[in-house]
Design a protein around this ligand. Structure first.
Ligand SMILES: [Zn+2]
Ligand SMILES: [Zn+2]
Length: 262
């Protein structure tokens, strides 16, 4: 049974372990690598790597520092998504890494989030109560207090009542303090489980999933190619074997056709 070391300081193993247990992977948490050194949500340490690079770095460090053959890294990010500026977006990336083979499998999950900060006192209680179990950060000038419950926010607030204008409340986005991220990390764990259970028929390498999509599905009315997917291909990272997937439909709805429905 592969033992996988997850590099985290934020209690993520309990979210991912149940997804991988049925496949025989046992997840162990290690805090021997200071994952915060790659950057924090609060911004006190800047992030310089992309989320996949950060997840891979954490996974490799987990192997290096514990001697385990398998490492797992996780990195979350906010922003981007289909409607930047309108809808806040949370993406979670996992990277499973095997030291002896260099194999890396990336999994992800993403979705909208309504979490946001708060400035001022009117409506603060209602705002905090919308998110039970979510913890918060309080910033005033250079000082940052993290991991605060709604009650602790109020206590601190009372003691600073003289200059509340300078106080900014933000969600603490670290996994153990953010229920919305916990759900998304568990979803990424399910994506990882799916990738580990799809094996190449030629060489048995995992992650034999669809990695290429070709547009051009012909329009049902005029037969001209549309931007709809014509062909999906599973590709093996190990032996480069390619397997086209049967498409659920052979013709595109004319509403996607540039000629029939411009
Ligand atoms: Zn058409
Ligand atoms: Zn293969």
């Amino acid at each position: 049974m592969p033992r996988v070391v997850l590099a985290t300081k934020h209690e993520k193993a309990r979210l991912i372990a149940p997804c991988l247990a049925p496949l025989g992977y046992f997840i162990e948490e290690s805090s021997s690598f200071d994952t915060d050194s790659l950057g924090t949500f609060a911004g006190d340490i800047k992030r310089t790597l992309t989320p996949p690079q950060a997840a891979l770095t954490k996974a490799r460090k987990a192997c290096e520092l514990t001697g385990s053959d398998w490492g797992l890294g996780s990195e979350g990010s906010f922003g981007g998504g289909p409607a930047p500026g309108l809808i806040n977006w949370n993406q979670e990336v996992l990277c499973l890494y095997q030291h002896s083979t260099g194999l890396s499998v990336y999994a992800k999950a993403s979705g909208p989030t309504s979490l946001q900060g708060f400035h001022g006192q009117d409506g603060l209680l209602e705002h905090l109560n919308q998110y039970p179990k979510q913890r918060w950060i309080m910033r005033r000038f250079e000082q940052i207090d993290k991991g605060l419950s709604a009650d602790e926010i109020f206590e601190l607030w009372q003691s600073h009542e003289a200059n509340v204008d300078n106080i900014q409340i933000e969600p603490d986005l670290r996994a153990m303090h953010c229920p919305e991220r916990q759900l998304m990390i568990a979803k990424a764990g399910q994506d990882l489980a799916r990738r580990l259970s799809e094996k190449c028929p030629q060489c048995q390498q995992v992650n034999f999933v669809i990695k290429e999509k070709q547009p051009g599905l012909p329009c049902a009315m005029c037969s001209l190619p549309t931007h709809q997917v014509k062909l999906s291909v599973r590709i093996c990272d190990g032996c480069a074997y390619r397997s086209p997937e049967p498409q659920p439909v052979s013709r595109a709805d004319p509403k996607y056709c540039q000629f029939c429905n411009p």
